[in-house]
Write a protein that binds this ligand. Structure first.
Ligand SMILES: [Mg+2]
Length: 254
């Protein structure tokens, strides 16, 4: 019997960068009665609140204490403090300013050289490269672009594979992972989901065998693949409908 259900967020629990559906929200609340529930994603803390926590239908304090937010690929960890009735940061491992500057310059150069720097398509006030403290994220069309445009931009990952290949030539000291629909996450080596999952094991005092992980990018090069390589049992999903289907199965046999 698994003790922990861990989830990638983009495309696994939601349509990338949008709030989870009522269906997923209801299923997650039910899961909190039986499992420790750990979303792990490259996104920032505020997006975890907007996309996941705020969507849960009337969770109890007890249920929230079983929800563990592994922000920025688990380089930041937040849990619910039942006394304060608020989220508190347990740890944070940020990049240095020099690392952020180097990564930003590298991705910008690679995308420009390849003709994939689409500044003209950005919404006002939006940005292509975002400092998420523990990682730097390239979003080809910015954060605010429509879902349809994002899906259409690089469905076969070919554009991002080329950008990543060039980045690796320019600054091989960092790791670059394809995630979401238009994103590349750059981190220092080891600061990928392995880092997050390793800390999850420590913080929750569980072993690898206790975890079941859901992800949509479990193929080599995908941002969920490091979890597979760790030997954690993984369910590969195409989208949140697949995840809902699997969760119904798991909850149904309890
Ligand atoms: Mg994903």
């Amino acid at each position: 019997m698994k003790k922990v259900l861990a989830f990638d967020v983009d495309q696994t629990l939601n349509v990338a960068k949008t709030p989870i559906t009522n269906d997923i929200a209801e299923l997650l609340v039910k899961c909190l009665d039986h499992f420790e529930v750990c979303p792990i994603s490259g996104q920032k803390f505020d997006q975890f609140l907007i996309q996941i926590v705020d969507q849960l239908p009337n969770p109890t304090t007890e249920q929230l204490t079983h929800l563990h937010l592994f922000v920025a690929q688990g380089t930041q960890y937040y849990r619910y403090n039942p006394e304060k009735k608020d989220w508190e940061q347990v740890y944070n491992y940020p990049l240095s300013d020099e690392q952020v500057a180097k990564i930003t310059a590298t991705i910008k150069q690679a995308a420009k050289e390849l003709g994939y720097w689409e500044e003209d398509k950005l919404a006002e006030g939006d940005e292509i490269i975002e400092n998420r403290l523990s990682q730097v994220t390239f979003s080809a069309l910015g954060q605010k672009a429509g879902t349809e445009a994002k899906y259409a931009w690089d469905p076969d990952h070919e554009k991002r594979k080329k950008i990543v290949a060039r980045c690796k030539e320019l600054a091989p000291e960092f790791e670059y992972e394809i995630g979401g629909t238009t994103s590349i996450n750059a981190v220092t080596p080891g600061m990928n989901k392995v880092f997050g999952m390793t800390h999850l094991l420590e913080e929750l005092s569980v072993s690898k065998e206790d975890i079941l992980y859901f992800g949509d990018m479990t193929q080599p090069g995908g941002n969920d693949y490091p979890v597979v390589q760790m030997g954690i049992d993984t369910i590969a999903v195409r989208n949140h409908e697949d995840t809902a289907y699997a969760l119904r199965g798991i909850l149904g046999i309890l």
